[in-house]
Design a protein around this ligand. Structure first.
Ligand SMILES: [Zn+2]
Length: 377
């Protein structure tokens, strides 16, 4: 007797190259089988007919340190019910504030949580002060020690390389982040935007496997596009070298104009993340599903958007085995989606809008085999 059968849906699992009608069987919190005409009784059945079934989404860029970072939101209110069963905090905490993120958030929330450690001691602590602008807050050794003590949940090193946030320190914060990442064998996540040095100089410092977030922001000076709207040669070179480009929509880092130009030149993001935080959760992001729906509108296929928010993030950072997949024995984290045919106005971070006719809506969420919420039965 299985615990759960999800039946009748179209299953998308990039790890198995699967996009076809199939059932999902769950037993003891794990995926027992995925396929058509699977025999066996189940205690509970969710009828997903006409819906899409995916691994629970993995959001590579969120901010979930509520109450300590001014960006913080509560993962169990804004991620899990919206189909994101795993979220990665992108640098809300540095070595000085990480113990609290671990004890009071990661270990308490039901959403599976991981983190990029900010290279600066206090992490993203105040709107008014650049977190990496004071060299007293840059302590490579403490960052390394914090990674070593928390390897089960720290999956990378974060740096926001923006004028205001690094002050007069130039590229030192990024170079420090790379030193921490090199020593601990982790990727760096680099936040771009209003950089004090040309973007291509920053990219040249990155190593294969490092991640650029806010890739599709609107910018003249330092976006991925040059002033003529062409992808900068240094960006193509960086991708060639194995540097990954993440979305991180947020409240200031996604532009429809940039996205349309980049996609027209065949430059697709490697991962699609939300940068969900206090200033984006009430719009223009709301949730990761909104960002995926925007990319559907922009012409990506369902396979492409689901892959970039399930398997791809697990290839960018190392998470527990099986997350982001529906492989046999993987944690039974599943999201069920309706693609609703309804008029919707999508807004980017510049206030530009697009009128679309469909959007993804999560109608059921399963985590570790438990039905977290369901509009189905
Ligand atoms: Zn962020």
């Amino acid at each position: 007797m299985y615990d759960l059968r999800i039946t009748g849906g179209t299953v998308f699992d990039a790890s198995q190259d699967l996009a076809a009608p199939a059932d999902v069987l769950v037993q003891d919190g794990q995926v027992a089988a995925v396929g058509a005409d699977l025999p066996g009784e189940a205690r509970r059945t969710l009828d997903a007919t006409g819906r899409y079934v995916t691994p629970g989404l993995v959001d590579l860029h969120t901010h979930v340190y509520w109450g300590v970072s001014h960006y913080g939101i509560v993962a169990d209110e804004t991620c899990l019910p919206r189909g994101v069963t795993t979220a990665v905090d992108a640098g809300s905490a540095g070595a000085g504030t990480f113990p609290g993120l671990r004890r009071y958030v990661i270990e308490q929330q039901r959403t599976r949580l991981y983190a990029f450690l900010h290279v600066a001691l206090a992490g993203m602590f105040a709107q008014e002060v650049g977190e990496s602008a004071d060299e007293r807050l840059l302590d490579v050794d403490r960052a390394i020690a914090t990674v070593e003590a928390n390897r089960d949940v720290i999956v990378g090193v974060k740096i926001r390389q923006t004028d205001r946030l690094v002050g007069s320190l130039g590229t030192r914060p990024l170079r420090d982040a790379i030193r921490v990442a090199e020593t601990t064998d982790l990727p760096v996540m680099l936040h771009i935007g209003n950089t004090p040095v040309p973007l291509e100089d920053l990219l040249a410092l990155l190593r294969p496997g490092d991640i650029v977030t806010h890739s599709f922001r609107g910018a003249v000076r330092d976006g991925l596009l040059d002033p003529d709207g062409r992808v900068r040669p240094g960006v193509l070179e960086a991708r060639e070298r194995g540097i990954k480009f993440d979305i991180g929509h947020g409240s200031g880092s996604f532009s429809f104009d940039s996205a349309e130009r980049l996609l027209a030149q065949g430059f697709l993001p490697d991962t699609i993340s939300s940068d969900l935080h206090h200033y984006s959760v009430t719009g223009p992001v709301y949730d990761l599903a909104n960002v995926l729906s925007k990319f559907l509108f922009l012409g990506l296929s369902l396979e492409q958007v689901f892959a970039r928010a399930t398997l791809a993030p697990t290839q960018a950072v190392t998470l527990a085995d099986g997350l982001g997949t529906l492989g046999t024995g993987a944690p039974a984290d599943v999201a069920i989606w309706e693609l609703r045919d309804e008029a919707v106005t999508f807004m980017d971070c510049l206030g530009h809008t697009r009128e679309a006719m469909r959007q993804l809506e999560p109608v059921a969420v399963i985590q570790g085999g438990q039905v977290v919420r369901s509009e189905l039965e």
